[in-house]
Ligand binder design. Structure first.
Ligand SMILES: Cc1cc2nc3c(=O)[nH]c(=O)nc-3n(C[C@H](O)[C@H](O)[C@H](O)COP(=O)(O)OP(=O)(O)OC[C@H]3O[C@@H](n4cnc5c(N)ncnc54)[C@H](O)[C@@H]3O)c2cc1C
Length: 394
C-alpha cells in the first residue's frame, strides 16, 4: 500500500467550488424554520431531497455512462459537507451516495444498467442499508437474518434495526447469511448482499416499523417473514457479501465525515458571529478567553479532521486500501463536530436552548456521528488491532 503516494493529492481550501456554490444556493431555500418544522412533526424532507435530485447532486458519484455525473468520492464529501455547513441535514438522502460503493463496484452490468440510470434521475430511490440487527449490534458477523436459496429465489427470514429511510426508499441493500456460520471457514464468509425491491417486498413478507428517536432520522426496524426475493437480486458472488459491504462502509464513513465537518463549521460560524455580537459586562463575550479559546481549539480540531477526511477520500478514489483512514476520519470529524457543537452551545448561553436558534437541533443531530455508522469504541478497536497490531480484545 502506498499511503501518501504521489498519486494521492491532498488538496487544501475550498476545492470543488463548482459544487459548493450551487449547493449553498439550494440550501438557502431551506432555512432553519423548514428543518424545525420537520423535526417537530418527524416528517421527511421531501422538498429538499427533490431539489438535490433535480440538480443531480444525489447522482454525483454514478458514472456518466449510467446517467450520473461520474464524480469521485471527494466530490460527494464536498456536497455533504456544504449541506451541513449551511445548516441543512443530508441524512435523508446520503445513503444514495454511499450505497454506490457496493452496487457500483460489485453489481453486475445488468444490475447497473437496470438501476443506476433510474437512481441518477430520481425515478428510483436507493436510500436504505440493512446491516445492523437488534441482537448482534456491532458484531455484524453474528447477524441472524438468513437468505436460503430456493430455485430462482432466496427466502429471507430475520430482523434488521435502525434501517434508516426504509419508508422513503424503493430499494434496500441487505446483508444476510446464506451459509450457516458453523459451515464456513471464517465468520466473514457465507454472508451475501442483495438489492431488495421494497415496493414488491412490503406486505409480502417484509414489514417496516418506524422508531421514534431524539433526532428526525426516519429510522425503522424491518421484519422479514419468508420474504421471497429473486436470485438475480444478489450482488456479486454468494458468500462474499461482507467484503462488498466493507467497500460501501468505507465510502459511508468518509462521506459522513464530510457531514460532521460541515456541522463543525456551522457551529463555529454561528458561535464566532454570536461571540462578536453579544455584549455582556460592557464587552463582546468573545473578548473573554473562556469563550475564545474553546472556539480556537474547535477550529484547530476541525481543520485537522478535514485533512484526514481529504486523505481518506483521496485513497478511496485512488482505489487504495483506506480502512484506517476512513475510520480515523470518522473518529476525528465526529469529535470535532461534537466539540464545536458543545462550544457553540456554551457560547450561546441560555439562547442555545431556544429552538428558534437551531443550535440545540444541530447539537442533537451531530451526536449521532459518534454512534453511527460505527461507534467510537469500534473505530478505536480497529486502529488498535489493524494499525498498531495490538491483540484483539474481544
Ligand atoms: C439514528 C440511527 C440510524 C442508523 N442507521 C443505520 C442504517 O441505516 N443501517 C444500519 O445498518 N445501521 C444503522 N444504524 C446502526 C448503527 O450503525 C449502530 O447503532 C452502531 O453501529 C452501534 O451498534 P449498536 O447500537 O448495536 O451498539 P452495540 O453494538 O450494542 O454497542 C453498544 C456500545 O458498546 C460498545 N462496544 C461494543 N462492543 C465493544 C467492544 N468489543 N469494545 C469496546 N466497546 C464495545 C460500542 O462501541 C457502543 O458504544 C443507525 C443507528 C442509529 C442510532
Amino acid at each position: 500500500m502506498s499511503q501518501g503516494s504521489n498519486e494521492t493529492t491532498i488538496l487544501v481550501g475550498e476545492d470543488y467550488a463548482f459544487l459548493r456554490e450551487p449547493v449553498r444556493r439550494i440550501c438557502q431555500q431551506f432555512p432553519g424554520e423548514y428543518w424545525r418544522k420537520l423535526d417537530k412533526e418527524a416528517e421527511y424532507p421531501s422538498e429538499f431531497v427533490k431539489a438535490l435530485t433535480e440538480h443531480e447532486y444525489l447522482g454525483a458519484l454514478i458514472p456518466e455512462e449510467y446517467g450520473g455525473a461520474g464524480l469521485p468520492l471527494r466530490a460527494g464529501v464536498v456536497i455533504l459537507e456544504t449541506i451541513h455547513e449551511s445548516g441543512c441535514n443530508a441524512a435523508a438522502c446520503h445513503a444514495q451516495m454511499y450505497t454506490m460503493g457496493t452496487l457500483l463496484r460489485h453489481g453486475s452490468e445488468e444490475q447497473k444498467r437496470e438501476y443506476l440510470p433510474k437512481i441518477a434521475s430520481g425515478e428510483l430511490r436507493l436510500q436504505a442499508f440493512g446491516v445492523t440487527e437488534p441482537t448482534s449490534g456491532s458484531d455484524t458477523l453474528k447477524l441472524k437474518t438468513t437468505a436460503v436459496r430456493d430455485g430462482d429465489h432466496y427466502v429471507v427470514n430475520g430482523q434488521k434495526i435502525w434501517t434508516s429511510r426504509a419508508l422513503y426508499s424503493d430499494l434496500m441493500i441487505l446483508l444476510a447469511r446464506t451459509t450457516p456460520v458453523d459451515e464456513v471457514e471464517k465468520r466473514s464468509h457465507g454472508l451475501s448482499v442483495f438489492l431488495v425491491d421494497l415496493r414488491e417486498a412490503r406486505d409480502n413478507g417484509l414489514e417496516i416499523r418506524p422508531i421514534e428517536t431524539m433526532i428526525n432520522h426516519n429510522t425503522t426496524e424491518i421484519f422479514f417473514t419468508d420474504l421471497r426475493i429473486p436470485a438475480s437480486s444478489r450482488i456479486g458472488e454468494e458468500g462474499r457479501g461482507f467484503r462488498y459491504i466493507l467497500d460501501g462502509m468505507n465510502a459511508e464513513r468518509i462521506l459522513l465525515s464530510g457531514e460532521a465537518l460541515g456541522d463543525a463549521r456551522y457551529f463555529l460560524e454561528r458561535a464566532v458571529e454570536y461571540a462578536g455580537d453579544r455584549e455582556v459586562f460592557g464587552q463582546p463575550i468573545g473578548r473573554n478567553q473562556g469563550i475564545a479559546h474553546p472556539l480556537a481549539r474547535a477550529w484547530a480540531q476541525t481543520e485537522a479532521a478535514d485533512l484526514m477526511v481529504r486523505k481518506a477520500a483521496g485513497l478511496f478514489d485512488a482505489g487504495e486500501p483506506c480502512g484506517a483512514e476512513a475510520n480515523t476520519a470518522k473518529l476525528l470529524s465526529s469529535e470535532a463536530a461534537w466539540l464545536a457543537g458543545d462550544t457553540c452551545f456554551q457560547t450561546f448561553g441560555g439562547f442555545a436552548f431556544a429552538r428558534e436558534y437551531d443550535i440545540e437541533r444541530k447539537w442533537r443531530e451531530c451526536r449521532l456521528f459518534q454512534t453511527a455508522p460505527i461507534s467510537t469504541n469500534m473505530v478505536l478497536n480497529f486502529i488498535a488491532q489493524n494499525v498498531l497490531g495490538l491483540p484483539r480484545s474481544y
